[in-house]
Design a protein around this ligand. Structure first.
Ligand code: HEM
Length: 492
């Protein structure tokens, strides 16, 4: 019977279903000879699950074949990486720099968070869900008055300075990121995962930090939360990485003398002996730069970044060198001639908010005073020389503030003895720092003022006229400007 001669009434012979053996056999129930044609049966379809398993099996087989077939052309092949200077020694020298710098970054970052006194009141805490990650928090001190200026200046300046070291370290280990096969065993998979968290965490922390200090708030969410949790993920991976790599690093650093390398020219530069780190190229190209040149370039990069950044924290004549400072080098002369973070206009302050009808409300349990600016000026005035230290790392030199001591206002609110914490509110609208809670030790400090004047003149509107908070060692954002209400003894 010619298969393609099909008449409608002549049933096409039932398709013969190949059995697993591949040979053809009669399907059950067909050709029974009983004359009544059976309707053709649907060919047997294996269950969806079995289909999925079979497909997965096929994919697994293809993957194993690909893996067994060796690395695909490109970065997965060791010979793709030709630099003769790459190797465990160079990587370890760069690693040593990060081994010193990253813990300092982490600790100064944690101190930045602690300086907010986040455990005192919800309004102070940008990362309220931190749970046990806040185990280390303590009452932020007021002495020395330059403390936050130092810790945050170091955090930001060191962060910027470490960028060339971090990039060079990533360059030096990049072949490892492509090593083949991607996963060899469960332990290897864990190692790869920790490397991913390490490299991803480092890039995340540095990128969010740099964007923040350049005022590019393009983060998918709050900088604080992202940077805070990112720091813990990064430092966790960093600790694991360091613990496993220290022996390799020590061995590598001992394998060559730094002094010899510093004397080796490009022409005399030779690859490190092949090893199992996968960093040394099996097919090195002739050297175009020596290890001395490479480290010199990284060092120079860090030095230049230091030179154009540190001035914003150190201040004085060096301020002019801070080319990367987002708030400018020269804030102008006169009593108000120092940096400003947020201007009055940028936080929606209107002339009426800070005009003659402005009032200061001082409250305590069962007590409330409403004062005009002149009445506040009539209270005993005190002076303090204190800097403004911004969370972005820049800071001013000591400015000469005068105003009413917070502890004297606490006494007015019914706390003649030991001053309690105070909830500070501003007329500011919308900004994330329109209110804050200051801890009792901050209120009690005789240098902590509700300042009305600075450097011998009334505050300017951008510096917080009619009145602002100034507390020693306090993050700039917590020295609230345009203050209108002080509630003592009530943490919000
Ligand atoms: C170029 C690198 C970096 C820059 C510019 C930078 C910048 C900053 C800034 C501006 C803040 C203060 C945020 C604020 O209170 O408004 C901060 C906080 C912090 N940084 Fe960094 N950072 C960098 C890298 C790192 C790294 C590598 C780590 C961890 C190892 C880290 C850990 C932290 C922590 C824990 C905080 C406290 C977060 C908070 O207040 O919620 N930072 N950083």
């Amino acid at each position: 019977m010619d298969p393609d001669d099909s008449h409608p009434d002549t049933p096409s012979p039932a398709p013969r279903r190949p059995d697993r053996g591949g040979s053809t056999a009669a399907a059950p129930g067909t050709g029974s000879g009983r004359g009544r044609a059976e309707p053709p049966r649907e060919p047997h379809r294996p269950g969806r699950l079995r289909q999925a398993i079979e497909a997965a099996g096929a994919r697994g087989r293809r993957l194993r074949a690909a893996l067994a077939g060796g690395p695909p052309p490109g970065p997965a092949r060791p010979e793709f990486w030709r630099s003769p200077i790459r190797g465990p020694w160079l990587t370890s020298v760069l690693g040593a720099g990060l081994l010193v710098g990253i813990p300092v970054m982490f600790v100064t970052g944690l101190l930045s968070y602690a300086a907010y006194n986040p455990d005192l009141a919800a309004v102070n805490d940008q990362t309220p869900d931190k749970g046990w990650l806040g185990f280390y928090l303590f009452s932020w001190p007021t002495d020395p008055s330059w403390l936050y200026r130092l810790t945050q200046g170091v955090h930001v300046t060191l962060g910027v300075v470490l960028v060339p070291v971090l990039l060079a370290k990533l360059w030096s280990v990049i072949p490892r990121l492509f090593s083949w096969p991607p996963v060899r065993s469960a332990a290897h998979a864990l190692d790869r995962l920790s490397l991913l968290l390490l490299v991803g965490g480092a890039l995340f922390e540095f990128v969010t930090g740099l964007l923040n200090i350049q005022l590019h708030y393009i983060f998918p969410g709050s900088f604080y939360t992202l940077h805070f949790y990112g720091a813990w993920v990064f430092i966790g991976a960093f600790v694991v990485h360091t613990a496993f790599r220290i022996p390799v690093m020590v061995r590598a650093l001992r394998s060559r003398r730094l002094r010899t390398e510093m004397r080796t020219s490009t022409g005399a530069t030779l690859p490190e002996p092949p090893d199992d780190t996968g960093l040394v190229s099996p097919r090195p190209a002739p050297a175009t730069i020596s290890r001395r040149g490479a480290l010199g370039t990284v060092g120079l990069g860090s030095l230049v970044l230091f030179a154009v950044t540190a001035g914003q924290s150190i201040g004085g004549s060096l301020r002019r060198t801070a080319l990367l400072a987002p708030h400018g080098q020269e804030p102008g002369g006169g009593p108000d001639g120092f940096q400003i973070n947020k201007t009055a206009a940028s936080v929606g302050i209107r002339a009426a908010d800070i005009g003659p009808q402005w009032r200061l409300v001082v409250r305590g349990p069962g007590h409330e005073s409403v004062l005009t600016r002149d009445q506040v000026l009539a209270l005993p005035q005190h002076e303090a020389a204190l800097p403004i230290a911004c969370v972005e790392g820049w800071s001013t030199a000591d400015q000469h503030w005068s105003g009413v001591r917070l502890r004297d206002l606490a006494a007015m609110a019914g706390f003649p003895g030991r001053a309690p914490e105070v909830f500070v509110e501003s007329v500011e609208r919308g900004g994330s720092f329109g209110s804050t809670v200051l801890r009792a030790n901050q209120v009690q400090d005789p240098r902590s003022l509700l300042a009305l004047r600075v450097n011998g003149a009334d505050l300017s509107p951008d510096h917080g006229y009619p009145a602002r908070i100034i507390v020693p060692a306090n993050p700039g954002v917590h020295n609230t400007k345009w203050v209108t209400r002080l509630t003592f003894g009530a943490a919000s």
